[in-house]
Design a protein around this ligand. Structure first.
Ligand code: GLY
Length: 304
């Protein structure tokens, strides 16, 4: 089997200027190249973990360093990985700079699937993971501006529902799927969640079958409003379609149509990869930067 790695930087508006466009493209390329460097010796789990770590560290996307804030101005992050019938995830983690590394620890070193809240942070400390440095200035500025509007009594129509649209000038969740030389598939997601969420809120990204899913047929990851992705078991549905030999693009289209008809547009995006190495990315937002790399070395960036 030819190894392939595909990643995304989040569904959203991405109405970006030339510089942001270049930065986004550069980070996606770097994440693909770094993740794929190990394809000869490493697993699909290695590829996706490395790629997601690069995206988390970039500060460009809503994950890791670039994570958004909740109504109290604090960061809390979710991440999850699936590989060889195992999943590992962390929910509502505040301590680690790289929640994807903590998710991998849960997958490889525990008997559990999801570790949440303070216990996740304690585990991260115990395992010697680097601490998160706190929200970026641009995130705090967005938060302060929003709070200012609220204080002035400006009517803000359902802030939570609008949060994706507001935040996603920058972008949502990051994710990756891969197949390795042994034909084993993996999927992973990492996020700061949706802007202005309630403290304690957990989205789709640490939930297998919602934010991510992988089995012997294929792998899929989600981005967008977690509540809608949770309600539709979106990535499980996509991978089930892949087991019926549906093409990845068609499999995504099916669930995206359900999400759009139930919850509206500007709500979600997905990438999916099947066991034959066919890959697709589709979204109902204006954009979703995504790309892939395969053994011929070519890096493709799309969606922005
Ligand atoms: N898709 C990220 C979230 O809703 O938390």
């Amino acid at each position: 089997m030819k190894a392939i790695l595909a990643i995304h930087g989040g569904a959203g508006k991405w109405a970006v200027d030339e510089k942001t466009y270049r930065d986004v493209k550069k980070v996606l390329e770097e994440a693909l190249v770094e993740g794929f460097r190990v394809y000869r010796t490493g697993s699909s789990l290695d590829m996706i973990t490395i790629a997601i770590e690069v995206l988390e560290n970039s500060g460009i996307f809503n994950a890791g360093i670039g994570s958004t804030v909740d109504v109290s101005g604090s960061i809390s992050m979710d991440a999850g990985l699936m590989y060889r019938n195992r999943a590992g995830a962390v929910a509502y983690a505040k301590y680690p700079k790289n929640p994807v590394k903590l998710a991998r620890i849960v997958l490889e070193k525990t008997d559990h699937i999801i570790i949440a809240g303070d216990a996740a942070d304690n585990l991260a400390r115990k395992m010697g993971l680097e601490p998160h440095p706190g929200p970026l200035p641009r995130t705090l500025e967005l938060y302060r501006n929003f709070m200012e509007k609220l204080r002035r009594g400006e009517k803000i129509e359902s802030p939570f529902k609008k949060s994706l649209e507001m935040w996603l000038n920058i972008g949502d969740t990051v994710g990756a799927v891969a197949i390795d030389k042994d034909s084993v598939l993996a999927a992973g997601a990492s996020t700061g969640g949706v802007f202005f969420k309630m403290p304690g809120r957990v989205g789709d990204s640490p939930i297998p079958g919602a934010g991510f899913y992988a089995n012997e047929c294929g792998a899929a990851v989600a981005t967008g409003i977690g509540e809608y992705i949770l309600l539709t078991h979106a990535t499980l549905k996509i991978v089930e379609e892949l087991c019926n030999n549906t093409l990845p693009g068609k499999a995504i289209e099916k669930i995206l149509n359900v999400i759009t008809s139930r919850f509206g547009s500007n709500t979600a995006g997905f990438i999916a990869l099947d066991k034959l190495g066919r890959v697709a990315g589709l979204y109902n937002t204006r954009a979703m930067p995504w790309g892939y790399i395969s053994e011929d070395g070519a890096v493709k960036i799309l969606g922005i």
